[in-house]
Design a protein around this ligand. Structure first.
Ligand code: SF4
Length: 373
């Protein structure tokens, strides 16, 4: 893996990058780059690709202010919401912020917070101490392709009957009980990484994985106000998907075997740390990996402009969108689809159904153009 990356240190994963793994599980190119910890943003920047849109500072500030509002004063606003959504019956909930432990700093080093979180969670899980119902700013770790990735959930709630629930604070609104489905799914996929990390922690200490619930609580602004509301979601699908993709990363030696010897994405930084690797070499290295471009790539992958151009240049059906690609399943290129439609290509047995549909569409198109169908 380090040969693929060159001298650069592996890029650490976080819940967002792990969630992105599930967005395009069929892409070998991305699987390889992620497993090797390659900085796709630096790679894309060196190739001169346009930067993806990021959240504005205003949106980031709003998100932070909302999170603070929910967790201020020992989670005063959060506790009643969780009591209601989790059915907590404790007369009061204790709250522990792990942001600053053992130092006067605003934020202690990640590893120190991880050690403290671990001790806190295990102690509570074994019933050795009064369990903290809420743990804020914990640091968990998850094994990703043989490396330890540190993850920072917004809050963890600990149920008094020994079941842990992950709680995520998100600044997108829930309007009349309905969140934006795309944003809710993305939030649940991130929460799935925290669920898996918590399970890894508990099972590593001999405790059962089901002590961490599949039910995740999202805290969002309600309607058009800044009043928080809590909604429980079943995240079992997202947990299953992420778990499968993490397993796939562990099987990467098979993908590595498909690469020509000596393939590397090393940016070859010079004395001023700027990349010096010729573009042509990097593009040739990328071409040795199998992409699986979909228009959705632009939401989660820095390489989307490159892969889109590549798909278009190769006349691949996925360049026309996911619906067309799925409708033409089994036909890889636009040229093949056109040749089947106008009869220049005889369909194989498994292409007969699609070829008929294409010829039908061709007849309608011709008729609409004023020709003879
Ligand atoms: S943009 Fe390219 S590398 Fe990234 S997921 Fe899509 S096809 Fe794979």
């Amino acid at each position: 893996m380090s040969v693929l990356r060159g001298a650069a240190p592996p890029l650490p994963h976080n819940a967002r990058t792990l969630a992105a793994l599930t967005a395009n599980p069929s892409c070998d190119r991305r699987s390889l780059l992620d497993a090797a910890g390659i900085d796709k943003s630096a790679l894309a920047a060196h190739l001169g690709l346009p930067r993806p849109l990021t959240k504005s500072q205003l949106a980031l500030d709003y998100g932070l202010a909302f999170e603070r509002q929910v967790t201020d004063q020992g989670g005063a606003a959060l506790v009643p919401l969780l009591r209601q959504s989790l059915g907590l019956t404790l007369p009061e909930a204790s709250y522990k912020d792990v942001n600053s432990v053992g130092s006067g700093d605003d934020r202690s080093p990640l590893r120190l917070r991880h050690t403290h979180t671990r001790a806190l969670i295990l102690s509570a899980a074994h019933g050795r101490s009064k369990p903290y119902t809420l743990v804020d700013h914990p640091v968990l770790s998850l094994s990703v392709a043989g490396h330890q990735a540190f993850l920072e959930p917004d809050v963890l709630a600990f149920h008094h009957e020994g079941i842990f629930h992950v709680v995520e604070i998100k600044s997108f609104p829930v309007i009349h009980g309905q969140p934006d489905p795309t944003k809710a799914t993305a939030a649940l996929t991130q929460a799935a990484a925290y669920v898996l990390a918590l399970r890894e922690l508990l099972t590593g200490d001999g405790l059962p994985a089901d002590r961490v619930s599949d039910t995740v609580i999202l805290i969002n602004p309600r309607n058009f106000t800044r009043h928080p509301t809590a909604t429980p979601y079943n995240a079992s699908q997202q947990i299953k998907h992420l778990s499968r993709h993490l397993g796939r990363l562990r099987r990467l030696p098979e993908l590595l075997d498909t690469l020509p010897p000596g393939t590397t994405f090393d940016l070859a930084p010079g004395p001023d740390s700027r990349p010096t690797r010729p573009h042509s070499e990097l593009l040739a290295a990328l071409a040795t990996t199998r992409p699986h471009y979909t228009p959705g790539c632009r939401h989660h992958c820095h390489l989307a402009p490159h892969c889109r151009t590549e798909a278009r240049n190769q006349g691949r059906t996925e360049a026309l969108g996911t619906t067309v690609r799925d409708d033409l399943a089994g036909i890889d290129t636009i040229a093949t689809a056109l040749a089947l439609a106008d009869g220049h290509l005889h369909p194989s047995q498994d292409q007969e159904g699609i070829a008929q549909a294409l010829r039908h569409a061709q007849r309608i198109h011709t008729a609409l153009q004023g020709g003879h169908a």
